[in-house]
Write a protein that binds this ligand. Structure first.
Ligand SMILES: Cc1cc2nc3c(=O)[nH]c(=O)nc-3n(C[C@H](O)[C@H](O)[C@H](O)COP(=O)(O)OP(=O)(O)OC[C@H]3O[C@@H](n4cnc5c(N)ncnc54)[C@H](O)[C@@H]3O)c2cc1C
Length: 469
């Protein structure tokens, strides 16, 4: 059981209220906003991983194509520059969710996901992107007896589908990472890499510019209109006239009305410690530097950085009434205090270690927990959204889907049920926040009651809305 130690305020007192990754040296200077009218073959809306990969792959497919990317604020300022940096091979928000929702094509999805991760690694090498990309795998740790029971079945499924997985008992998992809270674990060796997400995004931005993509920052698209065969993207001080557009705008006020029903913004919060001394690092082990997540419904995720800090996030997932997104919501002291308490309970050896950064960010959550796709305006717009907190790796696959859809060609990707189907929509307010609140409460209760799911969660499971980590 995780408890709250007494020294919390002091350990959090010096934390800067900003994302660690975006607070590093080496951030590129902003590119000027769009002024006037420009023409493009393809316009990409959004400068997160989804938009950056779409622009870069559009150029790789056809270097002669004229590509413009417009970003409302700064490249990578949103989820892309704030995440845990777990670059997973999974396209389905984990194998369990994939097996549940797409049992007939999970084998193909797993294969495509591993290929996608390989391609990300190749691109990082080819473009010389210095982003601390490491294929260190993921350690799923069980901190309650009921979580141990699932490990063997998950390992068996992962191996059957071509992955590498080792079940570890309490002693073996503590050999990897020494926490008294661990009762067992699963080392998924090849399914995840760790990355510095801001440096990856800045590197992709550089690669885009070198390939000839024109990028405009501080250029929000206010509306998408049509003039004859052309799309017209209106911005505060200009417009983009384009043949095709890729909409990769994450959780933000959707430009297409239909997306409002499918995506809700949910806040996720993160702490970063100061760098561990060699003695502190030795006290916890972690020689193989895996990314770690525990098996609770309200789970924590954590990892080391290149300079031996620990990023520690997750647990609370907070939805604000009316699908609010606002800078003030990036800070949530109560969640930071809870996260810090859980950190010290997990690693009592690091008692008193201070946190240097605390931040939150918005997750584009959909009811099936993995991205969905579609087209609008007679196929001239393709969109993706709904990565639900696992889009660092999957966004490159999603970018290829967008380009396939815009090309009008049938491909292995566009034939997937995952690409052709949509999640169930969320109801409007107030049912939306009541439903999300009840789900959150029920998941916390399940964690406290040996994983037992109440009637509400079982009902959600029954209609395919169940969330199982
Ligand atoms: C705290 C946190 C932790 C996470 N941890 C992980 C993790 O460890 N692993 C993982 O795989 N995923 C994680 N995620 C999710 C991951 O960050 C995203 O799935 C991923 O970055 C994909 O981003 P995106 O490009 O789709 O969206 P975003 O990064 O949100 O980018 C969308 C961009 O579109 C721009 N935009 C929106 N509307 C407009 C408009 N009208 N005009 C112009 N521009 C517009 C926005 O300004 C924004 O820059 C995490 C997310 C958060 C918030």
């Amino acid at each position: 059981m995780l408890t709250r130690p007494p020294q919390l305020p002091a350990a959090l007192a010096g934390a800067s209220p900003k994302p660690y990754w975006l607070d590093q040296a080496g951030a590129p200077a902003p590119l000027p906003p769009l002024r006037g009218t420009v023409q493009a073959d393809v316009a990409v809306i959004g400068g997160g991983f989804s938009g950056l990969w779409t622009a870069l792959l559009a150029k790789e497919r056809d270097p002669g194509r004229d590509v413009v990317l417009v970003e409302g604020r700064r490249i990578a300022w949103a989820g892309t520059g704030r995440n845990g940096g777990f670059c997973s091979a999974s396209l389905t928000h984990g194998l369990g969710n994939g097996l549940e929702r797409f049992p007939e094509e999970i084998e193909t999805l797993e294969w495509l996901g591993r290929e996608n991760l390989d391609q990300i690694e190749h691109a990082i090498r080819r473009y010389g992107i210095n982003c601390d990309f490491r294929r260190s795998g993921e350690l799923a740790v069980a901190t309650e007896p009921w979580q141990v029971e699932d490990l063997a079945a998950v390992a068996e499924a992962a191996i059957r589908l071509g992955g590498q997985a080792d079940v570890l008992d309490a002693a073996a998992v503590r050999q990897e990472l020494n926490s008294p809270t661990y009762l067992g674990g699963l080392w998924l060796r090849d399914s995840c890499a760790l990355v510095d997400p801001a440096r990856l995004a800045w590197g992709l931005r550089r690669a885009c510019l070198a390939a000839g993509v024109r990028i405009y920052e501080h250029t929000p698209v206010l509306a998408i209109g049509e003039r004859g065969a052309e799309l017209v993207l209106t911005t505060p001080t200009g417009q983009v006239q384009a043949q095709k557009a890729a909409l990769a705008a994450g959780a933000f006020a959707p430009l297409l009305r239909r997306l409002r029903h499918y995506v809700v913004p949910v806040y996720d919060y993160v702490l970063m410690t100061r760098p561990l001394s060699p003695a502190q690092l030795a006290s916890i082990g972690w020689r193989n530097r895996q990314g770690v997540a525990d098996g609770s419904n309200q789970f924590h995720y954590y990892r080391l950085t290149a300079d031996d800090r620990i990023l520690w996030g997750g647990y609370d997932a907070v939805y604000y009434f009316g699908s609010q997104i606002a800078a003030r919501l990036d800070q949530r002291p109560a969640t930071f205090a809870t996260l810090a308490a859980h950190f010290y309970s997990t690693f009592p050896q690091l008692d008193g270690l201070e946190f240097t950064h605390s931040w939150g960010g918005v997750i584009d959550t959909c009811s099936r927990f993995c991205a969905f796709y579609g087209t609008a305006r007679s196929g001239r717009i393709a969109y993706v959204a709904g990565y639900t907190g696992l889009g660092v790796g999957a966004s490159r696959f999603g970018a290829n889907v967008l380009l396939d859809l815009l090309s009008g060609e049938e491909t292995e990707r566009t034939q997937l049920q995952m690409v052709r189907s949509k999640p169930l929509p969320f109801p409007p307010e107030p049912a939306r926040s009541i439903g999300i609140g009840l789900t959150r409460w029920s998941l916390a209760r399940a964690d406290a009651r040996a994983g037992r799911r109440n009637a509400w969660l079982r009902a959600l499971d029954g209609i395919g809305l169940g969330f199982d980590t």
